[in-house]
Design a protein around this ligand. Sequence first.
Ligand code: NDP
Length: 318
Amino acid sequence: MKPLRTLKYKNGDEQPAIGLGTWKSGKGEVAKAVEIALNNGYRHIDCAATYGNEAEVGEAFEKVFSEGDVKREDVWITSKLWNDSHKKEDVIPALKQTLSDLKLDYLDLYLIHWPVAFEKGVGFPDKDEQYYSLEEVPIIETWEAMVEAKKQGLVKHIGVSNFSTNKLEDLISKTDEKPEALQVELHPYLHQNELLEFCSKHKINVTAYSPLGSGDRSEAMKGEDEPSLLENPIIIKIAKKHGASAGQILINWAVQRGTAVIPKSTNEGRIKENLASSGYQLDQDDLAEIDELDDHFRYVTGEFFVTEGNSYSNIYDD
Ligand code: NDP
């Protein structure tokens, strides 16, 4: 198999550009998906405590790594700190729970999932009082605990997710240990070029989430009349031209921009198809047509964190 493109870190570590997403991959199907992925060449799995399936993902890791064909050290495993564990004393215990669920000794990358803090034990707040304000739990407090987790060897790299340029700039101004990675929504309707330029300048590796349009979110999370990426006529035309699927074009585009990308699938055929996305180059005409699709559209708006009484009125600063 052709070697996967990778994103390089300062210490020489490499993050494979295509990984498997696991959000919404249900119990009873996620272990199988991870097992299929690892046994078919994936070397990057994206997890998070809030997905509620890390224990099952861990069963797949334990099985595959004990079989011997795939070694733990050859796989890049990311997880994320949930918003209810931002207080400094809660970060390392939350990380240890994730490690225990995933049956691992260390993570390759640990991310602050959102720049938003909740009371301990709150999954999604239903009252304003369940939010901590930025004054009560400043992000630098959480970040310093992430730095400590890295010092203790529990994680190799640390970063953030769903941070805007302003929020990254603010964090960088307050710490000597810059985030090494950023995970944000990126796809042809949301290019985020300025954010990517900022990350390139600061040597922050970027991972694109919801690259296929996150079509399996619950109805409650979907906006009205969301545009489809997989059915976009331009994407379909480019796919036909290259003899690829629409999903493969979307994944290839992300890799060609120098980001990592983590399409989610629990379907064996699509898991394999997604990894086989980057065998050809999109040409200048393709890229110019895809440039025209950018209209700053988000599938994951972060609006579910905004209430009148909290201080998170503008998650993305846009
Ligand atoms: P994706 O954009 O990856 O879309 C997933 C959907 O696409 C599923 O319905 C899947 O169905 C379908 N699909 C997968 N492959 C193909 C294909 N080749 N052709 C057609 N349909 C396909 O959505 P996600 O929002 O899940 O994003 C990917 C990952 O990014 C998440 O799983 C998670 O790991 C991460 N993420 C991180 C966030 C953050 O806040 N940091 C937020 C959102 C996502 P099926 O399974 O049946 O194949």
